[in-house]
Design a protein around this ligand. Structure first.
Ligand SMILES: NC(=O)NCCC[C@H](N)C(=O)O
Length: 411
């Protein structure tokens, strides 16, 4: 039987991918809470869904199996016991303290059938939806202006971030921002209880109970023996060390991890917002991650003298480091927006360098990034554009919106 998960490169023919179609959660965004919920604007639901459907259809047209997170979770919660446990965990992680409201909200959620309950959890539970909760505690009275018991989860369509497949195993991520932390609980339940995954003995390289954060947008599988991980606003150096040690100690394929430092800013939140692999020897890059001499900080981590030690080598030239680890004479870095001082940052902001490779040299991008798309084509890349007016409002592109579960190994 084929592995439930297998990713040994960024570019091998994509075979199975996990998506989430945006739903009512985006209608629960209001200006006051945009920042807390990590959005810069409010998408228009019918159009964001239409755009997402085009994205999913484009994948299917390319013979890629598209799985939806909500379907898998619904199938994973196949007994009352698992469903109740899931609701308990979600409420606990939503910081609903164990008092009257905990039980009332829990009962409310469990009154729905499983798919509807999952939709409700993702959409968020408004306070005015359950009126019969008596406010007994001071904190309940004080916070009553806040409209939700359970926050909406509008970032869920960025399935890239809560987990990452590396080789035949998985990192189930500890997410940095409170608005996203519950997302990886969905993956945890799917891996543990869904028939497609539960008996597969999938190795877990990193777990969501680790003290420091790691997010999937920072994890790039450059080849079967080299992973790149961003040291970013979302992923901590300590998490990279742990992940690297777990990989080195528990499998024999990954030999090195490149820890790539990027500016800690909203525009560059993950490594894949500024750097993606699109062919065996081609990458997109946003030039602003390098200094005026074209340098940046890259740390090559390898297995040290004992299982808890790493060898660390400091490099400053991305191109030379990539050539060395990928054993290639030439590599092309294609700058977002052609490196233009206006088109570059504009297209990067709208995910011009967040490219999803579905095969070597074949990518899906947002249509709005026409400067970058043209440049990719001029450099021999097959570019399939998808509409992006509303999808891009969440600050993520085609790579962020997809979690590859299976890719064909490169020859
Ligand atoms: N890999 C990615 O860069 N994902 C995009 C995540 C966007 C989301 N609004 C966030 O701030 O987490």
């Amino acid at each position: 039987m084929k592995n439930a998960v297998n990713v040994t490169s960024e570019i091998g023919k994509l075979q199975t991918v996990l998506l989430h179609r945006p739903g009512e959660e985006v209608e629960n965004l209001t200006p006051e809470y945009l920042q807390r919920l990590l959005f810069d604007d409010i998408p228009y639901l019918p159009i964001i869904q239409k755009e997402h459907d085009v994205f999913a259809e484009t994948l299917r047209e390319n013979e890629i199996e598209v799985l939806y997170l909500t379907d898998l979770l619904s199938e994973a919660l196949h007994s009352e016991e698992i469903k109740e446990q899931f609701v308990h965990d979600i409420l606990t992680e939503s910081k609903i303290s164990v008092d009257d409201s905990f039980y009332v909200i829990s009962e409310y959620l469990l009154s729905f059938d499983t798919p509807e309950m999952i939709k409700k959890i993702i959409a968020g539970v408004r306070k005015d939806e359950i009126e019969h909760i008596k406010k007994k505690h001071l904190y309940e009275i004080l916070t009553s202006h806040y409209p939700f018991y359970l926050d909406p989860m509008p970032n869920l369509y960025f399935t890239r971030d809560p987990a990452a497949v590396v080789g035949n195993g998985l990192a189930i991520n500890k997410m940095r921002e409170p608005a996203r932390q519950r997302e990886s609980l969905f993956i945890d339940y799917i891996v543990n209880y869904h028939p497609r995954f539960k008996n597969q003995e999938i190795p877990i390289w990193f777990n969501r109970d680790f003290d420091y954060p790691l997010e999937g947008g920072d994890v790039l599988v450059l080849s079967k023996d080299t992973i790149a991980i961003g040291i970013s606003a979302r992923t901590a150096a300590k998490s990279i060390e742990r992940f690297a040690l777990n990989l080195f100690n528990n499998q024999n394929s990954v030999k090195r991890v490149l820890a790539v430092e990027i500016p800690k800013s909203r525009a560059y939140m993950h490594l894949d917002t500024v750097f993606t692999m699109i062919d065996v020897d081609k990458f997109t890059i946003h030039s602003a991650i390098q200094d005026s001499n074209g340098e940046m900080d890259i740390y090559v981590l390898g297995q040290g003298s004992d299982p808890e030690t790493l060898n660390i080598a400091h490099k400053t030239n991305l191109l030379e480091t990539l050539k060395e680890v990928l054993e290639l004479k030439e590599i092309l870095l294609i700058p977002c927006g052609g490196g233009d001082i206006i088109a570059g940052p504009r297209e990067q902001w709208n995910d011009g360098s967040n490219t999803l490779a579905i095969a070597p040299g074949k990518v899906i991008t947002y249509d709005r990034n026409y400067v970058t798309n043209q440049l990719l084509r001029e450099n021999g890349i097959e570019v399939i554009e998808v509409p992006s007016s509303e999808l891009s409002r969440g600050r993520g592109g085609p790579r962020c919106m997809s979690m590859p579960l299976v890719r064909k190994d490169l020859e």
